[in-house]
Design a protein around this ligand. Structure first.
Ligand code: NG6
Ligand code: CA
Length: 521
């Protein structure tokens, strides 16, 4: 049978009251924190379990993220749902596993909106609870209609504003993909109509400079792919022309996410708000601001972690300055595990030294070993969340149901099909259970799956291949089914499927049923 979760419909109000009554909140939980909090989800890009110093495997310092962990709750089984960007973001927003929907793998530059207008999302749920909602940073979930895709020179719709966000300020795809422009609400910011923006998959003219024809002019050379249109001395995936006045410098992205977020938080400080802060760090191209260059000693990949850490510090100090820290829950997480060389020659491998991006785990981005999806996850809400470490299983796919429960909104039955209310685990209640099981995916529908139940982990690789197992972009053959016991083998090195055929059989059947049932809730 499927492992059924007991849904806790307890909202944050009753949970916090309960903590107070039982004295579990210590000196922290107070009646005033019974108001549903503002919520900021900070999602890093390609950040591995070992990439921040509070997880104990880093050869660099992340003081601001460490402070979140010291003042909040650090999860050792915190997950994103997929080991690539688009499916994790899809499932975080919709509360439904991305493998249930076709076409939710890594989105190309001209992808239409992957989440249809009117879909229930974490943003629409929070909006219905009276929150102001915004997404600032990397989107990578497509814009525009299914037929036409993004209308770069016109109204970019549907997009975030059609699924519950009041405001967006976006990097539309991912920064190794064209175009390098900001999207503010429905339009490319600062677009000069006399210089229209064209984005396509084919070279627009024979003399169009690319990473191949003008390789010697690049400031960051490519190692695979990423050799089409050049902008800011970096060649990208895809081609574009025009829109010059709208183009940004890669080095300025973090500053812009922070300044836009600060302003938006200030503007909404007296109302409840939900902010999805979607950092582009540390995705390639890792072109950080000049003041962070060389600061980590690990090359641009490490420098991008330092830049991300700075962003976290800025957001937290904004909350403190506005005296919103006791009224705001921050969730810090990642969209997938780590990768070293992801298409540019940026010394990520050469300068790695003792740094251990996936910590004790195997694998990272692009695979379903633990390193692909078990990533830093920290919750912080001073005065309500007691500082500590939690081993409960929680996943970014649960944030929709959990935040909705905290805000007191009921989930429609046909929405958020895989999202569980784990708010008690996120807040650190002593009797919290967290998730009992989790399905992990790598990229598109029908690819490989991981399935964790308690300490058991089933790896189902229908392709019999896995990418990036050792954080090197090679595709290694693996068996179709493997079973691991994470309690004594967190690194998934000892396949015990032959010793535990009964467990494997049960988990294979459960996984198949979970996928076929179309929902886990
Ligand atoms: C891959 C890209 C990689 C990265 C990834 C998406 C190549 C060879 N590789 O196809 O560089 O862009 O897609 O990353 O082009 S993600 O974090 O946004 O999912
Ligand atoms: Ca990513």
């Amino acid at each position: 049978a499927l492992h059924r979760h007991v849904r806790s419909n307890q909202g944050v109000v009753s949970l916090v009251c309960c903590l107070v009554v039982l004295g579990l909140g210590g000196p922290l939980a107070s009646a005033q924190s019974a108001d549903p909090p503002n919520v900021i989800v900070i999602m890093a890009d390609d950040l591995g379990y070992g990439d921040v110093s509070c997880y104990g495997h880093a050869a660099l310092e992340t003081p601001h993220i460490d402070r979140l962990a010291a003042e909040g709750l650090r999860f050792t089984s915190g997950y994103c749902s997929a080991s690539t960007c688009t499916p994790t973001r899809y499932s975080f927003l919709t509360g439904t596993y991305a493998f249930r929907e076709d076409g939710t793998g890594i989105a190309p530059p001209n992808s239409p909106a992957l989440i249809p207008a009117g879909t229930t999302t974490i943003a629409s749920l929070m909006k219905s609870a009276g929150y102001h909602t915004a997404v600032i940073g990397k989107w990578h979930l497509g814009l525009g209609t299914k037929d036409a895709g993004p209308d770069w020179n016109g109204k970019l719709s549907p997009g975030p504003l059609e699924i519950g966000f009041d405001h967006c300020f976006l990097l539309p795809t991912t920064n190794d993909r064209v175009p390098q422009v900001y999207v503010q609400d429905h339009h490319v910011l600062n677009l000069d109509p006399a210089d229209p923006l064209w984005v396509g998959q084919k070279k627009p003219s024979p003399d169009h400079p690319t990473g191949i024809s003008h390789r010697d002019t690049l400031k960051m050379d490519w190692s695979h792919g990423h050799n089409s249109t050049i902008h800011n001395g970096i060649s990208r995936i895809g081609f574009y022309t025009g829109g010059h006045a709208a183009r940004f410098r890669d080095e300025d992205l973090s500053d812009r996410w922070v300044s836009e977020s600060k302003q938006w938080i200030k503007d909404h400080q007296s109302e409840p708000f939900f902010l999805f802060f979607a950092s582009h760090d540390l995705h390639v191209p890792r072109a950080v601001h000049e003041r962070f260059q060389g600061t980590s000693g690990l090359g641009p990949r490490g420098d991008a972690i330092v830049e991300l850490d700075w962003c976290v510090g800025e957001l937290i100090s904004t909350l403190k300055d506005l005296q919103l820290d006791q009224k705001t829950m921050v969730v810090f997480c990642s969209d997938n595990g780590p990768v070293l060389d992801d298409g540019y020659k940026d010394d990520a491998i050469e300068k790695l030294g003792d740094h251990d991006p996936n910590g004790p785990f195997t694998g990272g981005k692009y695979n379903v070993y633990e390193g692909g999806t078990r990533t830093p996850l920290i919750t912080w809400w001073p005065g309500t969340i007691r500082p500590g470490v939690s081993d409960k299983i929680v996943c970014t796919v649960d944030l929709a149901a959990s935040c909705a429960a905290m805000a007191g909104v009921a989930l429609p039955d046909d929405a958020c099909l895989d999202s569980f209310d784990v708010s008690d685990a996120l807040l650190g209640a002593d009797d919290a259970q967290g998730r009992q099981s989790l399905v992990q995916q790598d990229n598109g529908k029908g690819d490989n799956y991981g399935y964790r139940v308690g300490d058991w982990k089933l790896v189902r690789a229908d392709s019999k291949k896995a990418n990036n197992i050792h954080l090197r972009l090679v595709r290694d053959p693996i068996p179709q089914f493997q079973l691991f016991n994470l309690a004594d083998d967190p690194g998934e090195t000892n396949n015990v499927i032959d010793q535990h055929p009964d467990v494997a059989q049960r988990m294979k059947a459960e996984l198949a049923e979970l996928i076929a049932a179309g929902r886990s809730r």
